[in-house]
Design a protein around this ligand. Structure first.
Ligand SMILES: [Zn+2]
Length: 250
């Protein structure tokens, strides 16, 4: 077996490995995304609960402020009833009215805080619903991932072992080029040479379409076991049987 046919075998098994890996990876990514969404919703719920407790504490403070004001009003009313002079009466009445205004303002603030609590509870309810929905999706995603592992795990292990075996038939330097190109082009490490015009000896890279000097084609024909790389994209060039056959006939 020559270098080129070993590389082509490797190319084939590598494509299968990458295909199965992609199927697993996409299921894995989907599961991770779902997990994150569920976590974010949990976090949002917790933040709402913290906020709710803060607002409840505010209400507590306002309520004790209110009872303080009530006591004050009670005392002022007693003083007012016992007022001995008109001047004293007017002074106490003025103070009483001022305290009443404060009391009413305090009530308004309590109402506003209670409205906040309602809004928080609505929001928490909404998030609870979303959380339940998302948790279901996550459960499905987890089942799907497990299923994929069962479906392709075994085959993937076999193919990876095969790739390992075929890799060992390719010299280290050439294997390095193959792996680098594979990573660069998502598995497309190799490109077939395309014949544009046999008469004018015009050839192109079948994947990036750039012209290839005829020497590269000739080198592959002579099977001298060295790599021909596309001068533009860097992929490892190979001859399709039909191209090789047509050139050999000449
Ligand atoms: Zn190319």
């Amino acid at each position: 077996m020559g270098l080129m046919s070993n590389l082509l075998s490797l190319y084939q098994v590598d494509a299968q490995v990458r295909g199965l890996r992609n199927r697993l990876d996409s299921a894995e990514r989907y599961r991770t995304a779902q997990t994150r969404q569920v976590q974010e919703l949990s976090l949002e719920r917790e933040e709402l609960l913290v906020h709710k407790r803060q607002v409840q504490a505010n209400i507590g403070n306002l309520e004790s402020e209110n009872s303080g004001l009530d006591e004050r009003l009670e005392k002022l009313r007693t003083v007012l009833n016992g007022a001995s002079t008109n001047k004293q009466y007017t002074a106490v009445l003025t103070e009483l009215n001022t305290v009443k205004v404060s009391r009413s303002e305090c009530d308004d603030r309590i109402l506003k805080e209670m409205e906040k609590i309602e809004a928080i509870e609505d929001q928490a309810q909404k998030i609870k619903g979303q959380h339940a929905e998302r948790s279901q999706v996550l459960e499905l995603a987890e089942r799907e991932l497990k299923q994929r592992h069962e479906d392709v795990g075994q085959r993937l292990a076999e193919l990876e072992a095969e790739r390992e075996l075929v890799s060992s038939t390719v010299p280290a330097a050439e294997l390095k080029v193959f792996n680098e190109m594979g990573d660069t082009y998502d598995g497309e490490a190799m490109a077939p040479i395309e014949e544009l015009s046999r008469r004018r000896r015009e050839y192109a890279c079948g994947l990036c379409n750039m012209h290839i000097p005829f020497e590269s084609v000739a080198a592959l024909l002579s099977a001298n076991d060295s790599l021909s790389l596309c001068p533009a994209c860097g992929r490892i060039l190979y001859l399709l049987e039909e191209t090789r056959g047509a050139l050999a006939k000449k």
